[in-house]
Design a protein around this ligand. Structure first.
Ligand code: NAD
Length: 359
């Protein structure tokens, strides 16, 4: 934690953010859901998808790019597959609805494919896999971002993709669940936003300038931003890089195709008001199990992986999902650290919508 950081108990931060969204026009219930999701990302250690997003969400709502009171409408119901239209409702609302439908169908059919198009920003995708895991289901999520171009394909010096997260969750009935959740960009855009707001520097190798050369200057993505203005990732001359060279670039393209062009949500491109498409697959492991015992096999293998001799004796081997659990335990106990600039931008955002000062 940096010396200038503000440390806020999660409950208090949630109430403050919920108050802001309620003042901006969300129902008390939806405001609480949005705030809970954003603070949940901070608790999981993913500050890039936490409360730092509040000013931009408010701007999206003000411009009608994300709407309060959204509902995931069923466009096609094919039994084990569904096409849903999020109607640009807040992702915290329509994303949760889509997951509930997917969980219900997978319990009924053994497997369910849910194509959600035109959702407002779905935030930390891991939250959706965590919900599926909590219901005893494995899940796979491919996500793209319409009206957004941030990432250069492998070998390119200009943007074609967005940050396109991939997320896979596998429940572990007698231990810690597996939760792999990452952007196919070397760094999620929000991590560069954190750097722009005075937080940690962008991860090495995550940004190129307009000539395709690596840089650590977040202005490669946002350009120059007036003090107090919301940084706009469309404005910079450079791009984010895809993770894992040609492999990550290929995965990013797969997200565009699976979540963008196959769902009717639309692939990445220029425009105002980014939104998410998400293709999700939910699997009930019990329905695959003819008696071999998937639960014990999963738990045993995860324990075997974690028992690998660590390269650094002080850093035991973790599985995906462990860092989030550790961050959550620490931050629930100690509070959520926020760079002072982020905190000040939240107070300004609350004032801008006339929210009662909660802190
Ligand atoms: P990241 O680089 O921090 O990687 C996170 C993943 O790596 C997690 O599964 C974590 O458990 C695992 N991990 C980290 N350290 C590990 C270790 N030492 N051992 C084993 N596993 C380890 O994540 P990111 O790419 O910065 O993405 C951050 C968040 O941004 C994600 O939650 C993603 O869903 C979200 N995102 C959302 C959108 C959107 O449009 N909604 C777009 C991009 C990213």
């Amino acid at each position: 934690m940096a010396q200038d950081d503000v440390l806020i108990p999660a409950e208090r931060l949630t109430a403050f953010i919920a108050g802001t969204f309620a003042a901006a026009g969300a129902s008390a219930e939806e405001a609480q859901e949005i705030a809970g999701n954003l603070v949940g990302a901070n608790l999981a250690g993913h500050d890039s998808h936490g409360v730092v997003r509040t000013p931009r969400y408010l701007e999206n709502a003000r411009l009608g790019q994300m709407v309060f009171g959204g509902k995931a409408e069923v466009v096609t119901d094919g039994g084990a597959f569904l096409l849903l239209d999020g109607g640009f409702g807040f992702g915290q609302t329509v994303g949760r609805q889509a997951v509930e439908i997917g969980v219900e169908r997978a319990k009924r059919e053994g497997v369910a494919l849910v194509a959600l198009r035109r959702a407002g920003h779905l935030g930390r995708i891991g939250e959706w896999a965590e919900r599926a895991s909590a219901a005893g289901l494995a899940s796979i999520h491919f996500v793209n971002v319409g009206r957004s171009m941030l990432v250069a394909p492998f070998g390119a010096a200009e943007r074609r993709f967005s940050t396109n997260p991939v997320c896979i969750g596998v429940p572990n009935p007698s231990g810690e669940d597996f939760l792999l959740d990452f952007a196919t960009a070397t760094a999620a855009e929000g991590k560069i936003l954190v750097a722009m707001k005075g937080g940690k520097a962008p991860p090495a190798g995550s940004l190129i300038d307009g000539d395709g050369r690596l840089t650590e200057d977040p202005r490669a993505l946002y350009g120059e931003t007036e003090p107090g203005a919301v940084p706009d990732p469309r404005k910079g001359p450079g791009a984010l890089t895809a993770m894992g060279a040609h492999k990550g670039s290929g995965l990013a393209l797969a997200c565009e195709l699976l979540a963008g062009t196959l769902t009717g949500s639309g692939a990445a491109g220029p425009g105002e008001g980014p939104y998410n498409g998400m293709l999700s697959i939910y699997i009930d492991p019990n329905r695959l199990d003819d008696g071999f015992g998937w639960g014990a096999a999963t738990a045993d293998y995860i324990a075997f992986v974690k028992s690998a001799r660590p390269a650094d004796p002080a850093a035991p081997v973790m599985i995906p999902g462990d860092p989030e659990r550790q961050a959550r335990a620490k931050r629930l106990a100690e509070g959520v650290p926020l760079p002072r600039e982020t905190w000040e931008s939240l107070v300004a955002a609350a004032r801008s919508v006339g929210a009662p000062e909660a802190a």
